[in-house]
Design a protein around this ligand. Structure first.
Ligand SMILES: [Zn+2]
Length: 343
């Protein structure tokens, strides 16, 4: 090992490969290789990094995979040139927020196969991050701040303990691959259509009962969804109660539909009532008549075929959520929506 370091030192190397050399402690002389841009330390027995490594200010790629680290070493927060950081297969339980603050140029972060329970909100510092992988950890939630990583194109959260995803994730407009298989998700947040570049979704092995509204309008190429609890299409008898809308709902529907008309007085006045606008912002529109509603709807699904309706290879049928404004629309001839029975 020392030989490799000496050779690198005198050769003026920009990369050093010390992988699979039974390294326990990174030799301090490595810190003298200040031109180093790639340092491979994977497949060793490293438990900590010496602070002297902060002299590696040109370092762009660091592989510490398959070692014995218990937390993300603090010195990494001072390696501001780092673009690719691999920390897979260690025993990491903690990602200190201050380390993330210093990694503003990071593009790839791989934390697979560790024991991480939470990612701190300071993850928002990684503004240039494109690939985030935290596969096989113990995450119970991910921070809303993930939505601030607008360069993110691939995220892998497979095999964690997630029971929900933050809706802010849909602010990552460049996302092309979303892997969240083998978690405890019961639903995906609404608004997924904002991810206009999404090509691969893996939600296999969760507890989903249906996909969110307009899921079938995504430009997907691959979808993996085996092992969920999707609603099935089987007839059950039901009694429809005559619906009586509240005054609030009636007025909201009136205001929302007036607001669609640019020449209407309501449309022009609404911006002067911010609290009212905020209240109405949670409204949605009927899948059948396209009319607006606020808080009263019928939850339905329609069954979408991946091949026929989404131009994908597989001929699988999935339930996609849809909201209807009234039984009048539900009972309309020719509509394709099914009410969801809970048992
Ligand atoms: Zn309707």
């Amino acid at each position: 090992m020392a030989e490799a370091v000496v050779r690198a030192l005198y050769g003026g190397s920009t990369s050093l490969n010390l992988s699979s050399k039974k390294v326990r402690e990174v030799p301090q002389c490595v810190s003298r290789l200040s031109n180093l841009s790639v340092l491979l330390l994977n497949n060793n027995c490293i438990t900590a990094l010496p602070v002297e490594l902060l002299s590696l200010q040109q370092l762009e790629e660091l592989n510490l995979g398959n070692n014995a680290l218990k937390e993300v070493p603090a010195v990494l927060g001072h390696l501001e040139s780092l673009k690719k950081l691999y920390l897979y297969s260690n025993q990491i339980t903690l990602v200190p927020p201050e380390v993330l603050d210093g990694l503003q140029n990071l593009v790839v972060l791989n934390l697979n196969h560790n024991q991480i329970q939470r990612l701190p909100p300071e993850i928002k510092s990684l503004r240039k991050l494109r690939h985030l992988s935290v596969l096989d950890n113990k995450l119970e939630e991910v921070p809303d701040e993930l939505g601030l990583l607008t360069e993110l194109s691939e995220i892998n959260l497979t095999s964690n303990q997630l029971s929900f995803l933050p809706k802010q994730l849909y602010q990552c407009k460049d996302l092309t691959k979303l892997h969240v298989a083998r978690n405890k998700l019961t639903s995906l947040p609404e608004g997924i259509r904002a991810l206009t570049k999404l090509q691969v979704v893996d939600v296999a092995g969760n507890k989903l009962s249906m996909f969110p509204i307009e899921f079938h309008l995504l430009p997907l190429k691959e979808l993996y969804c085996e092992g969920n609890r999707f609603v099935r299409c089987e007839p059950v008898s039901s009694v429809q109660n005559v619906e009586v809308l509240t005054l609030k709902e009636l007025v909201a529907r009136f205001v929302l539909s007036e607001d669609r008309n640019r020449s209407s007085l309501v449309h022009r006045m609404l911006p002067h009532y911010p609290s009212l606008s905020a209240l109405l912002a949670s409204g949605s529109c009927c899948a059948v008549c396209l009319g607006p509603f606020l808080t009263t709807w019928l939850e339905c699904v329609h069954f979408v075929n991946l091949r026929k309706d989404m131009k994908m290879r597989r001929s699988l049928t999935i339930p996609v959520r849809a909201l209807l404004c009234s039984y009048t629309c539900f009972n309309r001839k020719g509509q394709v929506y099914y009410g969801v029975a809970t048992r």
